[in-house]
Design a protein around this ligand. Structure first.
Ligand code: NAP
Length: 361
């Protein structure tokens, strides 16, 4: 099969590097354009990431000699080459919004890791297993933008990618309230220990903007499509504390939850085992076979042993037990730059291709 030509905007960053490793091996997608800031433009990719390649895997041969383009100045040229772009850039929110809209208006679909467009009402924020029906708003978005094939679709924040999937199959019990504490890896800030030495042997109880995202984004995921917009859910009530911990990759969460109609522990475990979403139905290349894995051992899941489960695309859950103030508590873990960032975006792009929203030019 002829592959989709893919551009990676923000290719030199932490998420961009993940994209490179995933697309270099992908059965449907091929690296056509790598773009970043004017600082990197004109260098080969190997030169541009010299001294800051942060992946465990070596830099893929295919990427080394590609000359990096300027994501802003070369937008028109890039949009002319590729079938769609992934976007993960560190810029001001209004600049990101303008950049993503520019590509969409150049008839280039944008699959974004950035938060800038997550609350645009006609931009779907999709976890393929949870809310694929939200892609329906793309038609309304294209009408607003005046485009034929260009649009923006986003993935949600990395912090919510474990407790929201774990709670999703329990929604018909009426989730009333959630209290969640997240323990987030340093790669979530685009950093390694070498570049962030104060994180060694340290915990920082603040991640800018993260608590609001962790409380609000689940309500968009659990919202409904109405008149060409996504209307966010009004419940459950969610409160979050987000903490940076000295871990390279893998966000963990500790969740407390109460329901209108209290399920049994067996209800949780059987639903987690049986859960399948659209990504599994379509057997998308990056979809984990089993999305939700429950561990019965008291000391699992652990970051080091479980974060790579199913190529870092599965969610690991453990320690389900009754609580004295909420109905239940449990922990969950997911890989923040795979499922939580680049991997989640690749899976979303696969869904968009499989459902006909992204086509080859
Ligand atoms: N890390 C995660 O786990 C994670 C998870 C979910 C979402 N995200 C989001 O993904 C985005 C990228 O995060 P990251 O951790 O990969 O950041 P990062 O490592 O700091 O990388 C930032 C990228 O943006 C590029 N860039 C910066 N200014 C630019 C400009 N003016 N024009 C074009 N490109 C520019 C950089 O290019 P140069 O190298 O040329 O400077 C680099 O490629 C952010 O919006 C972040 O919130 C990250």
């Amino acid at each position: 099969m002829e592959k989709y030509k893919v551009g990676i905007v923000g290719a030199t960053g932490m998420v961009g590097q993940r994209f490179i490793t995933l697309i270099a091996e992908h059965p449907w997608f091929e690296l056509a354009v790598l773009a970043a800031s004017a600082r990197s433009a004109g260098k080969t990719y190997e030169e541009a990431v010299a001294g800051r390649w942060a992946m465990e895997a070596p830099l893929p041969e295919k990427a080394k000699s590609i000359v990096v383009m300027d994501a802003v100045a070369d937008a028109e040229k890039i949009a002319g080459i590729v079938d769609f772009i992934f976007c993960a850039v560190d810029m001001k929110k209004d600049e990101i919004r303008a950049l993503e809209e520019k590509y969409a208006k150049l008839e280039c679909p944008v699959v974004s890791n950035n938060s800038a467009n997550r609350w645009t009402p006609d931009v779907p924020m999709v976890v393929p297993e949870l809310n694929p029906e939200h892609l329906a708003v793309i038609e309304a978005q294209k009408k607003r933008l005046g485009t034929k094939r260009g649009f923006i679709a986003v993935k949600s924040n990395c912090s919510i990618q474990n407790y929201v999937p774990a709670l999703h199959p329990m929604r018909d019990f009426g989730i009333e309230k959630i209290l969640v504490c997240t323990y987030q890896a340093i790669s979530g800030a685009g950093k390694t220990f070498a570049r962030w030495p104060e994180m060694v042997d340290n915990v920082i109880p603040y991640i800018g903007g993260e608590e609001e995202k962790s409380e609000q984004e689940p309500l968009k995921i659990w919202g409904t499509v109405q008149n060409g917009e996504i209307v966010k859910a009004t419940e459950p009530a969610i409160t979050a504390q987000c903490i940076r911990v000295p871990v390279t990759n893998g966000h963990m969460s500790a969740t407390f939850v109460s329901f209108k109609k209290k399920p049994t522990e067996e209800d949780f475990i059987s639903r987690w085992a049986a859960f399948k979403g659209r990504a599994q139905e379509l057997a998308l290349p990056s979809a984990p076979k089993q999305f939700l894995h429950y561990f019965t051992e008291n000391d699992r899941p652990q970051t080091k042993s479980e974060r790579e489960l199913e190529h870092g695309m599965a969610v690991s859950i453990g320690r389900l037990r009754p609580d004295t103030q909420y109905d239940y508590k449990f922990v969950a873990l997911s890989h923040n730059t795979l499922r939580g960032a680049a991997g989640g975006a690749v899976l979303l792009a696969e869904l968009l291709c499989a459902e006909g929203y992204i086509t080859k030019k």
